[in-house]
Design a protein around this ligand. Sequence first.
Ligand code: AMP
Ligand code: GLY
Length: 423
Amino acid sequence: MNILILGSGGREHTFAWKLAQSPQLSKLFVAPGNAGTAKIATNVPIGVNDFEAIKDFVINEKITMVVVGPEDPLVNGVHDYFLQDDALKDIAVIGPEKLGATLEGSKEFAKEFMMRHNIPTAQYKSFTENTVEDGFQFLEELNPPFVLKADGLAAGKGVVILNDLDDAKKELKAMLVDQKFGAASTTVVIEEFLDGIELSVFVLTDGLSYKVLPTAKDYKRIGEGDTGLNTGGMGAISPVPFADKAFMDKIEQRIVKPTVEGLKTDKMPYKGFIFIGLIKVGDDPKVIEYNVRMGDPETEVVLPRIQNDMVNLLKAVADQKLADIALQLDERTATTVMTVSGGYPGSYEKGKEITGIDSIEDSLVFHAGTKLVDGKVVTNGGRVMAITSFGEDFKKALDKSYRNVEKLSFEGMNYRKDLGFDL
Ligand code: AMP
Ligand code: GLY
């Protein structure tokens, strides 16, 4: 079969790498892709939100499955667009319809979903410009730190955590009244601060049954010791060592099952990945957020640990036959280290030549922000390249990733050298 992947990051390169191993695959396309996907698939210069161009391409190339990488097209309704078009409605789309995607597109919607289905999460209230004074009062009732979340998609920047009450009030006003995040902060969710260690659980569902995929922990801050600005993710480790059987059972019973059941009860058609951001408070898991896609760079450690044929697995999702499949996992630990451009997550330059890729041994190279120029691989984004390795434990896997990262070079290259420091 012919498959189109939407996206251009390390996540999409990993999906391409995994799908390319299936004997069922004929042609693989990635829109728009990167220098890594160009080696194993055909890149197509189409934006992920250009539904009309996607439609033409899918029809011309006889695509029978579209795998959606990022949240944007899902929140914009790409799956619904396919279902509503006679020429596209039989093409499998991996990723939820717009209603399901609202679990990521609106924090308030997600909180209401969790409350309705008794899924453990932080206590909260939401506010708009008209109720900003009530928001100030709510902040006064809470203990610091104060967690303020823009309701809508804000490119990962919409969560602000502040220690000072006056700062929190100013931030609330900036979000609601001054529209700091534009329409995304028309509504703001204020919630209880949860103190604990974070992890992510990934679930694949066909809307009827589900598979719990490997857990992962990502490192979001740019600086060592989890300091400095938030990034898209500087590396990841799977499985998460502290997520033992007893804790995973709690996650499945209290969170995964009620989530999938809740989707059914609420008539939210969902065929795709659910990325559940969790925090371990004491011995109990609580949900921080839902994402309606795989994580990046978590995908770079989760997919390599799945041994099933990926085309089979995704076809089962599309056909709602996931219950018939047994998940096969590599028990080893996988780690990935993300190399980033100098200056990232602030401003950075692009177009720097990357050398040393061919000297990497015994690790997987997943391109993120790269492109090919005159046959050379150059940087084309903040996050540039992820190096994934396997090991008996996370330390051994990380040693391998770091040994190989040292062989890579581009002007300004930066990476975190302390992944796993908190485990
Ligand atoms: P989100 O965009 O919802 O993932 O939030 C970004 C980050 O903010 C999370 O990864 C957490 O580190 C932190 N965070 C979000 N909500 C809370 C909370 N209620 N308590 C503590 N930390 C939080
Ligand atoms: N690594 C976090 C994310 O993909 O949202």
